[in-house]
Design a protein around this ligand. Structure first.
Ligand code: TRP
Ligand code: ZN
Length: 851
């Protein structure tokens, strides 16, 4: 049993020692890497006991101020090293040995294929050497890397290259120096034999920055989109926030074995190759979008994260919420702002709302943590970004920018808190944000209830908005929040639209609008101005008016989604419910509206997913949701068949763009419902000019269980067998199959030579796709879906706890399901809890769900 202790935000204490410089020397070797760590340490208080973090290390030698310490002079444990520093200024040298080859957790120093690579956030540096592994300890790092020259011609670390040379026995070394003091989580080292794409960028301050992207041999042609994205990000941050890059070199390395998307290590980002490599044949339009967004995200961290970092890990949203907000704004500027916003909201509604209703619900600034890796969540990232966005809405762009400038003026080079950020925003704008700060400490999704009245006599339109956040296990008491609400009032007869920004600051508030001859139609929560749910009874006609007349594109889309959701729930209650023809007409108008953006049409026509519907159900009965979704889809496919076909043909005949492809894909997914169009699906695949088109056909064939699917999948496999990232897509499509032999097939997939739980992308592509995107089989009434996930989690628990803890998510929500499923899901959690080597990561989540 791993030691499982919970840490609390309220226990924060400033460090009692300061590490000013660190000199690291790595002698790289697969199973016996030698690390020498020389630290200049200053004692800041009377306390002489220095506690260093360290895990999975073999300690070789400790030297303090020139004298080697004996084992009696320090206390060594599974989690660290304690020793006494009687002097005020000290030089401490610690030598450790580590085993990168067998490091399957991918934290600390590990092998990704033939390359050495590190991942230190949040607490991975302690797997490299003994250290004060906390973000408020910031030191200047110098790193010497020694390795075989032939196998590892490229030796990289943070900062600037200051020395290099040959050594005996076919070895060489490179020394790097990073002039910016940083916490250990931003340390990085990479050694390998890569292809290199080089470019440069001249900053607004006149600095010439070398840009270098390292990829596996043979992949150079897939690195250009990442390079273009990097230059766009650098340009954008200068233009919008006045922030320029601060070193002479910016490196990105793409690796195949990586727990998350990417990591913002100072001057040396390490990326999951999924977010670097792209060409038309192998990457979809969505992949292109995501590569650009993740490149931007990591680049933006150089200021929001690295130059100003977090005081402690409870403050994670200080850098992540803010940096997600910045990358979302960047994407909105590069592409369609409306479509980007709609996609952000979809993620939030389908996944973050569910997290906020789950046993792991936490505020964007958590108050207690057992395993920090468990808090790189949709709540900290996406809801965190929504909280920044609300300040942006309340302050306006100009004052927000002033707040950012003040934040950097006050805190550059420091490790600070979320409160420090909000205070800078408040001080720069003279806006009172004291109540607003509650968003940082309260979990759960608020529900806004709206009531409207129209007085024919006084011609006053009055709305009352009240807020309620349901109590959660961790936080029984909930309080009112400061909520910005954008509304539009649409005059039904003239079509005139009036926009307002309302600030809800108490449990319930009333607003009155005068001068209406008839009751206006209100488009509520424009741009999704707050991360809340809304209960507001509007008629179908009113929703259709909003779809057609609101200025706010988000509201247009959202009104359509409300219509869909309304009828899905009618069908859940009564499978024979007769759907109204009006629904068809509304979406006919969408498809034939020439003024409407093509990509927006695609968004309008996309039904809410299983997860979003489940999140709004009182008790989840999976078949009922699946049947309702299918019935609605069939109804729309029939009623819109000609319009869908016309829209599809228009997309295919003109110039093809990401926008036309997105609409063509959505149309195809509807068309595939009817047998008459099955040949169209095959033709779409055969004539596909790129991965987006091929995948659209395979998705349609998979979701509808078409007979042509197997042969298309076989063709796809033949073509892409040697291309890892594309085969991940193939595994996901296999995981989503609808047939009766799905479980037998899953077993065969697990047994394939190219399947391995050691590769997180591959594990996620099969196991994650199955449990998230195949509700029919995951929630199979026999319980085999839950068993499948439970079995894989048991193996992953020892291989890679971080990945296991992410994949367990769908089981944690068991209480929301009908009793039979609930019992079977719970049984898997109970079984996992009884493992005698259960990781901290899984322990924390399973305990939260079961206790
Ligand atoms: N800081 C990274 C980001 O959001 C994410 C990150 C945290 C991460 N821990 C990680 C990435 C572990 C990879 C592995 O940009
Ligand atoms: Zn980040």
């Amino acid at each position: 049993m791993t030691q499982s202790t919970t840490r609390y935000l309220s226990d924060y204490k400033a460090p009692e020692f300061q590490i000013s410089t660190v000199n690291l020397t790595f002698s790289l070797n697969d199973t016996e890497t030698h690390v020498v760590n020389e630290m200049a340490i200053k004692r800041l208080t009377e306390n002489t006991q220095l506690q260093l973090d360290g895990e999975h290390l073999t300690l070789l030698k400790v030297t303090l101020n020139g004298e080697q310490l004996s084992a009696a002079q320090y206390q060594l444990s599974e989690t660290g090293l304690i020793l006494s520093l009687p002097e005020e200024d000290n030089v401490l040298v610690i030598e450790t040995q580590i085993d990168p080859l067998n490091n399957t957790a991918l934290e600390g120093l590990f092998k990704s294929g033939d390359a050495f690579c590190t991942q230190c956030e949040a607490e991975g540096f302690r797997r490299i050497t003994y250290y004060m592994d906390r973000p408020d300890v910031m030191a200047t790092f110098t790193t010497k890397v020694i390795a075989e020259q032939e196998q590892f011609p490229q030796l990289l670390s943070n900062g600037n290259k200051v020395d290099s040379g040959q050594l005996d026995g076919g070895k060489h070394f490179v020394t790097w120096h990073d002039p910016y003091p940083k916490p250990a989580y931003l340390f990085a080292l990479v050694a390998g034999d890569f292809d290199l794409l080089s470019d440069s960028f001249k900053t607004s301050e006149g600095r010439n920055v070398a840009l270098e992207i390292f990829v596996d041999k043979g992949n150079l042609s897939k690195a250009h989109h990442a390079m273009t994205s990097l230059k766009k990000s650098m340009q954008w941050d200068e233009e919008v926030f006045g922030l320029a890059y601060d070193l002479d070199i910016y490196m990105i390395v793409a690796v195949d074995f990586f727990n998350m998307g990417a990591m913002e290590n100072k001057g040396l980002n390490v990326f999951n190759s999924k977010y670097v490599l792209a060409n038309e044949d192998t990457a979809t339009d969505t992949d292109y979008f995501n590569v650009e967004a993740v490149i931007a995200h990591e680049y933006f961290h150089n200021w929001t994260g690295n130059r100003v970092t977090c005081r402690d890990w409870f403050q994670l949203s200080l850098k992540e919420g803010l940096t997600v907000f910045r990358d979302q704004q960047f994407s909105a500027d590069m592409h369609s702002a409306a479509v980007t916003r709609i996609q952000n909201v979809r993620v939030l509604r389908a996944h973050q709302f569910a997290e906020d209703a789950s046993p792991m619900a936490h505020p964007i600034r958590p108050e207690k943590v057992m395993e920090m890796n468990n808090f790189y969540t949709l709540t900290v990232y996406e809801k965190g970004s929504e909280v920044i966005r609300m300040m942006h809405t309340l302050l306006g762009q100009e004052n927000f920018r002033k707040g950012m400038d003040l934040y950097f003026e006050r805190f550059d080079g420091m490790a600070v808190t979320c409160d420090d950020f909000v205070n800078a925003m408040a001080d720069a704008s003279n806006k009172d944000l004291s109540l607003f700060k509650r968003w940082y400490s309260q979990s759960g999704t608020p529900m806004l209830s709206v009531n409207e009245t129209f007085d024919d006599g006084s011609k006053a339109y009055k709305i009352e908005v009240s807020q309620l956040t349901e109590s959660t296990k961790q936080q029984p008491e909930k309080y009112p929040l400061h909520i910005p609400i954008k509304v539009e009032l649409i005059n039904g007869s003239t079509g005139a639209v009036e926009a307002h920004l309302l600030e809800l600051t108490s449990e319930s508030q009333v607003w009155t609008f005068d001068g209406y001859e008839e009751k206006p139609v209100m488009a509520f929560l424009g741009d999704f101005s707050a991360p809340v749910k809304v209960s507001f009874e509007q008629s179908d006609d009113e929703l259709i008016t909003i779809m057609q007349k609101a200025n706010n594109t988000f509201c247009q889309w959202d009104a359509g989604q409300k219509l869909f959701t309304r009828y899905i729930f009618r069908l859940i209650e009564d499978p024979n419910y007769q759907l109204p023809e009006q629904l068809i007409n509304a979406f006919k108008d969408v498809l034939s509206n020439e003024a409407l953006d093509t990509a927006l049409k695609a968004e309008q026509l996309t039904l809410p997913g299983f997860g979003e519907i489940a999140d709004n159900a009182k008790v989840i009965e999976p078949e009922k949701i699946i049947d309702a979704l299918n019935t609605l889809k069939q109804f729309l496919a029939n009623g819109l068949s000609e319009h869908l076909l016309t829209a599809y043909r228009n997309c295919q005949s003109g110039e093809r763009t990401p926008q036309t492809r997105s609409l063509a894909s959505v149309c195809l997914s509807y068309l595939a419902v009817n047998a008459a169009n099955h040949e169209l699906v095959e033709a779409h695949y055969q004539a596909g000019e790129n991965m987006t088109e091929n995948l659209a056909a395979l998705n349609a064939a998979t979701n509808q269980g078409l007979s042509v699917r197997d042969s298309l999948m076989a063709d796809f496999e033949r073509k892409w067998l040697d291309t890892t990232l594309v085969m991940d897509k193939w595994f996901s499509l296999q995981a989503m199959q609808q047939g009766d032999d799905t479980f037998e097939n899953l077993k065969a997939l697990l047994a394939r030579e190219d399947f391995s739980l050691n590769n997180p992308n591959r594990a996620r592509s099969l196991i994650g796709a199955f449990s998230m995107n195949n509700p029919k089989h995951f929630h199979c009434s026999t319980g085999r879906g839950y068993e499948f996930l439970g079995d894989q989690l048991e193996k992953l628990n020892t291989i890679n706890p971080q990945v296991a803890a992410r994949l367990i998510t769908p089981l944690l929500a068991f209480k929301q399901y009908e009793p039979k499923r609930q019992a079977m899901m719970k049984a898997q959690l109970v079984k996992l809890r009884s493992l005698d080597n259960l990781s901290k990561d899984l322990t924390e989540k399973i305990n939260a769900a079961l206790d």
